[in-house]
Design a protein around this ligand. Structure first.
Ligand code: FAD
Ligand code: MLT
Ligand code: ZN
Length: 531
C-alpha cells in the first residue's frame, strides 16, 4: 500500500493519496414514454384502472380506512392466551412501532404482537383472517416508503423475537434462520464461521432479514453478489389464512415448477408473512480494501467506474458515490470531516478478495491508471477495519445526515447509469431556491440514484413541484421509480410509471388469490383501487 502512495505522488504531484493503514484486514466484512395527459400518466398507464377518486392523478396520501373489524377485548384475550406477555397494548411501548424510521408516517395501532414461532404466526393470522382484522407485518422498521407501520389501527405483527439461526452448512455456506434475525447479528454469526452475508446496508444494525427479503433490499454489495432474488434459496411463509407454505429449500438448483418464493421477495408484507429464510452466503474475503476518491465531473466518475470494472474485475465488491452536497450535510450535521480535499463528487470503491498481495497490486495499477488519465483528483486508501468503517460511514451516513437537514423527500430511481446524475441537475434547476438541499448519492454499480430533497418543514407546494416531475422524468427514460426501497404507502399510486396496466392487474389478482380479505398490510404496494 505504501508503494501505491509513493507512486501516486511521483506520478502526479497534485494528487494526494493518503495511506490510511498498511495492515490488511482479514475478511469482513418498454418504448420511451410520452406523457398521455397534461398531468402525469405515462402512456402505458391504463387510466381505466383508476377510480374517480384518483382520476386526477396518483396520490400518496392514505385512502379512507377500509371496513376492517376494530380490535375488541375478546380479541385481546385471545392474543394474550397464545402470546402471554408478548401482546403489547401499552401506548408508550407501541409508539416506536407506530412511527416509521423517517418519522414521516404515523399509525394508531393499539396492539403489537411478538410471536416467537411460525406456529404462533399461523395462529395469529388464522384468527385475524376469520375476524377480518388487518395486520401490519413489521421487521426492524427501517423501511423508507411508509410500508412498515400501520396506516390506521392495523395490528402490528413484529418478527423481533423470531431471531434464531436454524442451521448453517459449513460446506455450502447456506444459512437458514428465522425472519427476525437482525442483519448485523447474522453477519457476525457468519463471520465467526468464515462466511459473510451477501447483503450489507446502512440499516444493518436494526433491519431484519425477513424485512430485507420482503423489500428485496439492494444495498452496498449487490454489484458483487447480486440481489436477494438470487441468493435467497428458500422461504417459509404464512398466508393470510394461517396456512404455512414451506419453500425453505437449501438447494442451488431446483426447477420443479414455478419458483414460488420469488412472489414473496419484494412483496412488502402484502402476500404473506415471511417466517424463515435460507440464504447462500459467500466466503469471508481474506483481504478488503476501501478507496475514497474525489472526482471533478460525473463524466469522469463514470469513466472511473468503467476503468475500475475492467481492471479490478472479480475483486470489485462496491462502487458507490455521493456528491459535494452530501459531503456538506455530513460535515454540518454529523461533524464528519472530509478525508480528502473538496471535490464535486466522491467515490467509494471496495475490493474483496482472497490474496492481499494480488488485490493490492490490482488496486495499485487501477489507481495509477485513474490518476494518469486525470479521472480522479484526490483519494485515500484504507485496509484496516476501523479506517474502512470510517470511510464507509461517509457513504452510509448520508441518510442520517439528511434527517437533520429538514423534512426529506426521498426518491430511489434506477436508470441507465449514464443518466443518473442528470436527474439531480435537472431537479435543482427545476426547483430553483424552493428546496433547502437537493442531493444525489447511490449505487453507481447498479444504476441506482438516491435523489433527496429537503425543506425546513413539510411543504405541500414543494412536493407539488417535485411530483410528478420526478416520475415523468424517470418514466420518459424507461427507469424505475423504486429501485430498491419498494412502494409501501408513499409510492403505491405511482406504480404505473414503471409497470404496465396488465402487470398491475395481475398483481391485484395474485393479491386477491392469496389474501382475499386484504388483511395483510392494506394500503401498501398496490394502488388504491386494488388494495
Ligand atoms: P421493515 O421496515 O420493518 O418493513 C419493510 C417492509 O417489509 C414493510 O412493508 C413490512 O410490512 C414488510 N415486512 C417486514 N418484515 C416482514 C416479514 N417477516 N414478512 C413479510 N413482510 C415483512 N434499502 C435498500 O434496499 N438498500 C439500502 O442500501 C438501504 N439502506 C438503508 C439505510 C438506512 C439508514 C435506512 C434507515 C434504510 C435503508 N434501506 C435500504 C431501506 C430498508 O428497506 C431496509 O432497511 C430493510 O430492507 C428493511 O428491513 P426491516 O426489517 O427494517 O423491514
Ligand atoms: C442508501 O443507499 O443509503 C439507502 O438506500 C438509504 C437511502 O436511500 O437514503
Ligand atoms: Zn440504497
Amino acid at each position: 500500500m505504501a508503494r501505491i502512495f509513493q507512486k501516486a505522488i511521483q506520478l502526479k504531484s497534485t494528487l494526494r493519496y493518503t495511506q490510511v493503514s498498511s495492515t490488511h484486514r482479514l475478511a469482513l466484512t418498454n418504448s420511451p414514454f410520452t406523457i398521455a395527459t397534461s398531468h402525469f400518466y405515462p402512456s402505458r398507464c391504463n387510466t381505466r384502472n383508476l377510480t374517480t377518486k384518483n382520476a386526477e392523478g396518483p396520490k400518496s396520501s392514505p385512502p379512507e380506512r377500509l371496513p376492517f373489524t376494530r380490535v375488541t377485548k375478546e380479541d385481546l384475550d385471545f392474543f394474550r392466551s397464545i402470546l402471554p406477555g408478548r401482546t403489547i397494548t401499552d401506548p408508550d411501548l407501541l409508539e416506536s412501532s407506530n412511527v416509521d424510521w423517517l418519522k414521516s408516517v404515523r399509525g394508531s395501532s393499539e396492539v403489537l404482537l411478538r410471536p416467537q414461532t411460525t406456529a404462533e404466526v399461523s395462529q395469529i393470522l388464522r384468527y385475524c383472517n376469520s375476524r377480518n382484522l388487518a395486520v401490519n407485518p413489521q421487521g426492524g422498521n427501517t423501511g423508507l416508503v411508509g410500508g412498515s407501520v400501520p396506516v390506521y389501527d392495523e395490528i402490528i405483527l413484529s418478527t423481533a423475537l423470531m431471531n434464531k439461526v436454524l442451521s448453517f452448512d459449513h460446506v455450502s455456506g447456506i444459512v437458514t434462520c428465522q425472519a427476525g434475525c437482525v442483519l448485523e447479528s447474522l453477519s457476525q454469526y457468519l463471520e465467526e464461521r468464515d462466511y459473510i452475508m451477501p447483503l450489507d446496508l446502512g440499516a444493518k444494525g436494526s433491519c431484519h432479514i425477513g424485512g430485507n427479503v420482503a423489500t428485496n433490499a439492494g444495498g452496498l454489495r449487490l454489484l458483487r453478489y447480486g440481489s436477494l432474488r438470487g441468493t435467497v434459496l428458500g422461504l417459509e411463509v404464512v398466508f393470510a389464512d394461517g396456512r404455512v407454505l414451506d419453500c425453505l429449500a437449501t438447494l442451488r438448483k431446483d426447477n420443479t415448477g414455478y419458483d414460488l418464493k420469488q412472489l414473496f421477495i419484494g412483496s412488502e408484507g402484502t402476500l404473506g408473512v415471511i417466517t424463515a429464510v435460507s440464504v447462500l452466503c459467500p466466503r469471508k474475503p481474506k483481504s478488503v480494501n476501501v478507496v475514497f476518491l474525489g472526482c471533478g465531473t460525473f463524466e469522469n466518475l463514470l469513466k472511473t467506474f468503467q476503468l475500475c470494472r475492467g481492471m479490478l474485475g472479480e475483486i470489485l465488491s462496491a462502487f458507490e458515490f455521493l456528491d459535494s452536497e452530501c459531503m456538506r450535510l455530513l460535515n454540518t450535521h454529523l461533524k464528519l470531516s472530509n478525508p480528502i480535499s473538496d471535490c464535486p463528487f466522491y467515490i467509494v470503491i471496495e475490493t474483496a478478495g482472497s490474496d492481499p498481495n494480488h488485490d493490492s497490486e490490482k488496486l495499485h495499477n487501477f489507481l495509477d491508471e485513474a490518476m494518469n488519465a486525470a479521472l480522479v483528483t484526490d483519494g485515500t486508501v484504507a485496509t484496516e477495519e476501523s479506517k474502512i468503517k470510517a470511510l464507509w460511514s461517509m457513504r452510509e451516513r448520508v441518510t442520517e445526515a439528511l434527517t437533520h437537514d429538514g423534512f426529506t423527500y426521498k426518491y430511489d430511481i434506477s436508470l441507465p447509469v449514464e443518466l443518473i446524475y442528470r436527474l439531480v441537475l435537472d431537479m435543482r434547476q427545476h426547483l430553483g431556491d424552493r428546496a433547502r438541499s437537493v442531493v444525489g448519492y447511490g449505487h453507481v454499480g447498479d444504476g441506482n440514484l438516491h435523489l433527496n430533497i429537503t425543506s425546513p418543514a413539510k411543504d405541500p407546494a414543494l412536493l407539488a413541484a417535485i411530483e410528478p416531475f420526478v416520475y415523468e422524468w424517470t418514466a420518459q427514460r424507461r427507469g424505475s421509480i423504486s429501485a430498491e426501497h419498494g412502494l409501501g404507502l408513499k409510492k403505491r399510486n405511482y406504480i404505473y410509471y414503471s409497470k404496465s396496466s396488465q402487470a398491475v392487474t395481475l398483481m391485484g389478482d395474485i393479491k386477491h388469490m392469496l389474501d382475499p380479505k386484504g388483511i395483510l398490510n392494506p394500503y401498501k404496494t398496490l394502488p388504491d383501487h386494488l388494495t
